[in-house]
Design a protein around this ligand. Structure first.
Ligand code: ADP
Ligand code: MG
Length: 343
């Protein structure tokens, strides 16, 4: 649905050039929830805003449904923006208007609908986002989560094909964040809507995204299925974002006692094997003790996963046997043999 080729953006700021995006290439398929994650200042907002040309790229192409939108004239751009909804971190609601009028606003602006049609559509949207009883309130009378529900309803008003979310949950508490993410996922499934979201939180990516791109200093440093990127992050930025989310304490690996009989392994597994007592079985089979130093069992979107850091007291040979048994059981094994390799 979206193809980004050789995209670059350079801002000039007080006579100096700021390279905000450089050599960006990726595709987004219809119906996907595509996440872009990075630290503050990485270029996330700039990248998202090129997808509806709120920001014009300095070079490269943004192809949506086989049309390069960078070549669009004013009229084509206007039509494009109706097909692309946007949700903001700070909601951007009209404070002097009620919930109903906020949601009706883009419908009136499009000039395509009668009063009755607008009313019917607003009711439909209120129901979709769970605000049936809140239509006559003003934004100041709503909670943060409710405001974002209005923001989402407004973004969906004109039947967009694509929804862009710029840190849509970053101003919300963890519980409300989960509720809003569930709503977005629900909309993605119900309407088949493609969603592109940017965030600095791996938790958000893990909860609803199918694919993720990691951006750092204006460049994509890692890209892939969320399960792969989350369980096997390659780039240092990705690794630190994942570690934050899992609260993994890697300092346990920094041990001074270099004992040849100690073997550290990082294990990860996805799917139903998560529920099997693999470790116990294999420890018994190989006749070695396996100590679990750290463990996480969780969910990446719909996929259960487990990740363990284990220590074996065994000979090299036994350790190799354990590794083989684990691999045969569908567990991915990474050997962490010396502290030096961790750094
Ligand atoms: P993020 O959303 O990841 O925090 P942004 O896309 O907002 O990052 O910004 C990326 C970089 O571009 C930053 O260095 C920022 O200071 C710079 N930048 C963003 N907007 C402008 C602008 N209008 N003028 C000059 N520099 C900008
Ligand atoms: Mg931003």
């Amino acid at each position: 649905m979206i193809r980004i080729e050789q995209l670059a953006k350079i801002y000039s700021h007080q006579g100096r050039e700021v390279r905000a995006l450089h050599n960006i290439n990726f595709n987004i398929e219809t119906g996907q929830v595509f996440g872009i994650i990075g630290r503050s200042g990485a270029g996330k907002s700039t990248l998202l805003r090129t997808l509806n040309l709120l920001e014009r790229p300095s070079a490269g192409k943004v192809v949506i449904d086989d049309q390069d939108i960078t070549s669009f004239d004013t009229q084509q751009l206007h039509a494009l923006r109706q097909r692309v909804g946007m949700v903001f971190q700070h909601f951007n609601l009209l404070h002097a208007k009620t919930v109903i009028d906020n949601i009706a606003f883009p419908l009136k602006l499009s000039g395509k609908y009668t009063r009755q049609e607008i009313q019917a559509r607003v009711n439909e949207l209120l129901e979709l986002v769970g605000l049936q009883d809140q239509g006559h309130k003003y934004p100041s009378q709503l909670s943060g989560g409710q405001k974002q529900r209005v923001g989402i309803a407004r973004a969906l008003a004109n039947y967009p094909h694509l929804l862009l979310c710029d840190e849509a949950t970053s101003a919300l508490d963890p519980e409300t964040t989960q509720a809003i993410l569930r709503l977005l996922l629900d909309i993605n499934k119900k309407l088949g809507l493609t969603i592109v979201l940017i965030t600095h939180e791996m938790q958000v990516i893990r909860t609803i995204c199918d694919k993720v791109a990691v951006i750092d200093a204006g460049e994509i440093v890692e890209l892939g299925d969320v399960v792969d990127v989350f369980l096997h992050p390659q780039h240092a930025v990705t690794q630190s974002l994942v570690a934050e989310n899992q609260a993994l304490d890697l300092s346990v690996l920094e041990r001074s006692d270099q004992d040849a009989d100690r073997h550290l392994l990082r294990l990860s597994y996805v799917g139903t094997s998560t529920h099997e007592p693999i470790i116990t079985r294999i420890a018994a089979q190989a006749g070695v003790d396996i100590a679990i130093l750290q463990g996480v069992i969780g969910r990446i979107k719909d996929t259960p996963y487990g990740q363990l850091l284990v220590e074996l007291h065994s000979t090299q040979e036994q350790s190799a046997t354990v590794e083989d048994l684990l691999k045969n059981a569908g567990v991915r094994v990474t050997r962490i043999s010396a502290a030096a390799e961790v750094h």
